[in-house]
Design a protein. Structure first.
Length: 255
């Protein structure tokens, strides 16, 4: 249904301008590329990090290149929103320790976020619709609020449990600059990441009771954060502030 709704909103090919055709072709190529990346790299990646002992042996064997490879994995996870991020965060703590794992996760996430931000700025809202239905995009249209936008962005990334995948993509539809967005959201990711890396580190050293306590607390905090997020979306989201299209599928300048 998501793809049908997207296609229904597209103008007929014969009525498109040359620029519209290039944007549409680029969007289609982007989606196919991401599907291929997920199939050939994403699935093996998830399988690798799901086996914690095997993953730790793999990164230890690679040394410094293993750390770079892990950052690449994090970057891929941010760009390809189908890939779950939580197993990677836990695996980072298990393989590298809590603090080094957190730093590597942040660096990889920053790289992926830059890619997503620039991609959305280039392709517009169609890049977001490749992963998320329009109603979900409209729910976070509160990020357009000028005076409170930066605070809302920071809090949305700071609170564990919020859907940071869609927030990352939708941020590219706003007027915020890339540098300012990175300064706001990169440190704001720390609480969500560090709870997972601490838990993963505890598993790695065999402190299973502490790991269980950390993960249980994370579930509670994330659940509360998700409730707060949904409440904000309900109060400020889709009914009054829908995201609008430009002529070529770009977000309008009031975003």
């Amino acid at each position: 249904m998501r793809w049908k709704s997207v296609l229904d909103r597209l103008p007929r090919w014969s009525r498109m301008t040359s620029r519209q055709r290039w944007v549409l072709a680029g969007s289609g190529a982007f989606v196919l590329l991401l599907l291929a990346i997920f199939w050939f790299a994403g699935r093996p990646l998830v399988a690798l990090v799901s086996d914690a002992d095997r993953f730790r042996e793999w990164v230890a064997d690679k040394g410094f290149w293993g750390q770079l490879a892990f950052m690449g994995m994090m970057t891929l996870q941010i760009v390809v929103a189908f890939i779950p991020g939580e197993p990677l965060d836990i695996a980072a703590g298990y393989a590298f320790g809590a603090w080094k794992g957190t730093v590597l996760c942040l660096l990889g996430a920053a790289g992926g976020s830059i890619g997503v931000f620039l991609l959305v700025r280039t392709l517009g809202v169609r890049a977001v619709e490749a992963f998320f239905p329009r109603e979900k995009i409209d729910e976070v249209s509160f990020l357009r609020e000028g005076r409170r936008r930066d605070l809302l962005l920071f809090l949305a990334f700071f609170i564990p449990g919020t859907p940071k995948d869609i927030l990352t993509y939708v941020s590219g539809l706003t007027r915020i600059s890339l540098g300012r967005w990175l300064l706001l959201t990169t440190p704001a990711r720390i609480p969500s990441i560090v709870t997972s890396t601490i838990g993963g580190d505890a598993l790695g050293v065999g402190n299973f009771a502490f790991a269980a306590l950390v993960f249980a607390a994370t579930v509670v905090i994330s659940g509360a954060g998700l409730l707060v997020y949904r409440r904000v979306c309900l109060l400020r989201g889709a009914p009054d502030h829908p995201v609008e299209r430009g002529e070529e599928g770009q977000c309008r300048t009031d975003c």
